[in-house]
Design a protein around this ligand. Structure first.
Ligand SMILES: Cc1cc2nc3c(=O)[nH]c(=O)nc-3n(C[C@H](O)[C@H](O)[C@H](O)COP(=O)(O)O)c2cc1C
Length: 244
């Protein structure tokens, strides 16, 4: 265990550097011997984390106030520590701060959402959304000072056009986005997972390569002063956990 500005690190960090594909590399190891956390500390941390995570809510009304950019970048770096199928790290996070680009994304998203709410979703889907109060107007895309647009790399694309299969892309990116949302929340920022359907326009507006498919647009910022959220109830632990 080492101590860094009062933060206790239980293991050495995994090095981050410009990654190159490890496809076909031999198996190599480094020691991983974290100090065992005392049970009392584990319990205290787990209880605190549970309470903090329970405070997270999806925000749809954002303040236009700026957020500290490094907090957002640190959260993206946290997301990029996620486990991934065959360690292929099949994600790209596009951080959009530019107001004009956010306006273009909003225009294109609202066009798609208009078609969705005008009939494409169908009555069953609309009924599922009703308690959330969502509609085709998406002010969060321009009010929030930053958008993180998450892309899945459906396959690896080499500089010479070579392609290689990526494994468990949906699962890997879903886990990374969960870690992103947790990091943003625990750092004091609010977020929304927005999934306009279809999302092809995001790759076009942001000029992403053909192997990338948009996964979600995540506006990030502070809740507006008069922010309200739907009155939701979460399932109890008994309802989500089966103990054998
Ligand atoms: C995969 C996924 C897609 C979502 N898509 C949308 C969306 O397009 N628009 C929206 O307003 N909320 C969206 N949400 C947010 C959910 O509606 C929200 O998480 C849910 O209502 C629970 O509320 P909470 O996050 O405050 O606990 C999405 C969430 C997830 C996980």
């Amino acid at each position: 265990m080492i101590s860094l500005s009062g933060i206790r690190l239980w293991v050495m960090p995994t090095p981050t550097r410009n990654w190159t594909p490890t496809h076909g590399d031999p198996y190599r190891t480094v020691p991983y011997r974290p100090a065992r956390m005392p049970a009392a500390e584990s319990l205290a941390r787990a209880a605190e984390l549970r309470a903090r995570m329970d405070e997270r809510r999806t925000v749809r009304q954002f303040s236009t106030d700026a957020v500290p950019e490094q907090v957002v970048k640190d959260a993206i770096a946290c997301a990029a520590t996620a486990p991934s199928g065959a360690h292929q790290q099949p994600w790209t996070f596009v951080l959009v701060k530019d107001a004009e680009v956010r306006r273009r994304i909003r225009r294109a998203a609202e066009e798609e959402e208009h078609r969705s709410y005008a009939g494409r979703l169908g009555e069953e889907w609309l009924a599922a959304l009703r308690p959330l109060g969502t509609d085709e107007v998406k002010p969060h895309l321009t009010d929030a000072p930053a958008l993180i647009v998450v892309f899945q790399q459906r396959y690896w694309l080499g500089p010479d056009g070579a392609k290689r299969k990526h494994y468990y892309v949906d699962e890997s990116v879903g886990i990374a986005v969960g870690m992103l949302l947790s990091a943003l929340h625990l750092s004091g920022l609010a977020a929304l997972v927005h999934t306009p359907s279809p999302m092809r326009f995001l790759g076009e507006v942001l000029g992403r390569p053909v192997n990338e498919k948009a996964f979600a647009v995540i506006p990030v910022g502070y809740p507006a002063a008069d922010c309200e959220v739907p009155d939701l109830v979460r399932k109890s632990l008994d309802q989500v956990m089966v103990e054998l």
